[in-house]
Design a protein around this ligand. Structure first.
Ligand code: URA
Length: 339
């Protein structure tokens, strides 16, 4: 006999997965289409009703239930930080934010500006049906910065292309762009989320408390920081270590992809959900992604927990270590070896 509590838990997980999937779709523009579909259904039912004789004073049929209001072009953008698609571990080493600093709960659809995929004109999106909703954005939506078609860029070229970047709002609060550090011929690359305070001050990734832990993890794997390459999804510090927002990730991600193209490592370790979900275009929570080999553009990718999360949840270190041991195997390293 099934334990009813287990079934309830499983059902809860399914519902949570669905919720996250919808949120992800929403952030990748899918919600526009979902809402459009709802709007179209409502419009169809309204015009049908207009053509039909009244059916008495009965309660309206299901089709007349209010549909989700469609976003309009004049909807006022919600200036509050947008929470990420799932609440699983993030990098912030700060304790859980006080209510006033916490991201506001997601606004209901009518108040939230629809974020259509950048390359898709609004008119095109609005004519699409649910069946056309793209589940995943293409991995290379456009030319990579600093990359000449068919050529492998160098990190220097990409850094030059980045310049004194003003492509997103993070530029206003940053002290330094944190491009990346390490061996340009590294076979092992670690990708984090975004610079924290120390990183912003020094212009070097992972030099704060989470960085200290990452350095220990790298050493425990039998590498030194100089042997590997370390970078982040976003290159400028999000104010107060908040999560990077979708537009910020979108602005910076091409540079990360260009870096990985330049490096062509053997293995990428994605630290935390932002790195893993961004590179994989997969909204699965990091708790599920971690520990399972994936592929990024032909390169083996291991998602694992972010060191800042491990600082907050040390009981999870064992799992992260298991993930890293899988990576070590690829390099023929044994725990304790330093070569
Ligand atoms: N957290 C990150 O994700 N990156 C850093 O560089 C530092 C902390």
């Amino acid at each position: 006999m099934n334990d009813p509590r287990e079934s309830t838990e499983e059902l809860g997980e399914v519902v949570e997965d669905l919720r996250r999937h919808l949120l992800w779709q929403e952030e990748t523009g899918g919600r526009v289409l979902l809402v459009d579909a709802a709007k179209q259904a409502a419009e169809r039912s309204a015009s049908l009703r207009a053509m039909m004789p009244p059916r008495g004073a009965k309660s309206p049929p299901a089709a007349e239930a209010p549909a989700a209001p469609a976003p309009t072009a004049s909807a006022t953008p919600d200036p509050r930080p947008t929470p990420r698609p799932e609440s699983a571990p993030t990098r912030s080493s700060a304790p859980p934010a006080a209510p006033s600093a916490a991201p506001a709960p997601r606004a209901p659809p009518a108040e939230t500006p629809a974020r259509a995929p950048a390359a898709r004109p609004a008119a095109e999106a609005s004519s699409e049906r649910l069946i056309d909703v793209p589940q995943q954005a293409p991995p290379y939506p456009g030319p990579l910065p600093g990359v000449v078609e068919g050529e492998r860029p160098t990190l220097d070229q990409i850094r030059r292309e980045l310049g004194d970047c003003r492509r997103c709002k993070l530029c206003t609060g940053r002290k330094n762009i944190v491009f990346g550090v390490g061996n340009p011929r590294a076979e092992l690359v670690f990708v984090g989320e975004g610079p924290g305070e120390q990183e912003d001050l020094q212009g070097v990734p992972f030099v704060g408390p989470a960085g200290e832990l990452l350095t220990k993890m790298i050493q425990a794997m039998g590498f030194s920081r100089d042997q590997v390459y370390i970078c982040n999804v976003v290159k400028c510090r999000p104010p107060g270590n908040r999560n990077p927002e979708p537009d910020e990730i979108a602005a910076c991600e091409p540079f990360l992809r260009a870096q990985l193209l330049a490096l062509q490592p053997k293995v990428i370790v994605a630290l935390g959900k932002f790195a893993a979900q961004t590179l994989l275009r997969d909204p699965t929570p990091i708790t599920r992604l971690r520990g399972n080999w994936r592929e990024y553009q032909g390169v083996k990718l291991m998602p694992t927990f972010h060191p800042a999360y491990l600082l907050r949840s040390p009981q999870e270190k064992k799992k992260a270590w298991e993930d890293l041991q899988q990576v070590m195997k690829i390099f023929g390293k044994q725990p304790g070896s330093r070569s």
